[in-house]
Write a protein that binds this ligand. Structure first.
Ligand code: URA
Length: 257
């Protein structure tokens, strides 16, 4: 049985593949080590390599914003890591050989955490963890059970930055993830951020109602015609582009209303 101290020490000193030669930091993972939910990306980018923490660039910021809307925070209630722990040069996809060299660390992390739910962030993680012919455009948001763990995948946040029209799909997936968490590990929503989220969401309009996401952020109800923050809308997130910072939320498709 691995233990965290020993596992992290081995991982931080790893020389199993050539990514060790070009990394600044090994990006081991972040979050409570008894989390019931894990989010798993493909591999660190430039900011992550510099800071030694997963998803700290623009994509990570978007991810944190989206997850806070469903009451999840890496400080409190999920663990986040990657398939490979060192940055592939020029942010290319990690090679299969690199994944093979590194995946053992993830298996050991999972053995220690024993998650109930694993959310793959993007295609590469889904191909590795769900199935080798995974189609993210067709299968995102679907669930698959393996060895008592429920797996799903959502679009990678970096992809959402490039194609913001996919944000509503991702938000629907996140709402389904919230429902699944409440079904299989409701204790996630009785701790920290999630618990204050849950208390607020259950007050007034009721959990899952129209105001839940605004309530989660301690916000008053949005007024008609008021612009929405852009985590869930199609607004570009470039701060220089202030003229397009806020967009009206488009109507959801009829089947989601
Ligand atoms: N993309 C990933 O897949 N993981 C990170 O940690 C950062 C960007």
């Amino acid at each position: 049985m691995p233990d965290w101290v020993e596992l992290e020490r081995r991982c931080l000193n790893c020389q199993r593949c050539a990514l060790a030669d070009t990394r600044t930091n090994v990006v081991f993972g972040k979050g409570p080590r008894n989390a019931r939910v894990m989010f798993i990306g493909e591999g660190p980018g430039e900011n992550e390599d510099l800071q030694g923490e997963p998803f700290v660039g623009r994509g990570g910021q978007l991810l944190d914003e989206m997850l806070s809307l469903v009451g999840l925070s890496r400080e409190e209630n999920f663990y986040i890591t990657n398939i490979v722990k060192c940055r592939p040069p020029q942010n290319r996809d990690p090679l299969n050989t690199e994944q093979d060299a590194c995946i053992g660390y993830l298996w050991e992390q999972m053995e220690l955490i024993k998650p109930k739910i694993v959310v793959c962030l993007g295609r590469i993680a889904a191909l590795r963890l769900i199935k080798p012919n995974y189609r993210i455009t067709k299968e995102h948001g679907q669930w698959q059970e393996k060895d008592g763990v429920l797996y799903t995948a959502i679009y990678h946040p970096a992809f959402l930055l490039r194609d913001p029209t996919k944000k509503p799909d991702t938000f629907a997936d996140l709402r389904a993830i919230r429902a699944k968490i409440r079904e299989v590990c409701p204790e996630v929503y009785s701790r920290g951020v999630a618990s204050s989220y849950s208390r607020r969401a259950n007050r007034g309009s009721g959990f899952g109602g129209k105001d839940s996401e605004a309530s989660a952020r301690g916000q008053r109800r949005k007024q008609p015609n008021e612009p929405c923050p852009d985590a869930l809308t199609m607004a570009p997130r470039d701060p220089a582009d202030s003229s397009r910072r806020f967009h009206k939320r488009s109507a959801p498709p009829a089947h989601r209303r």
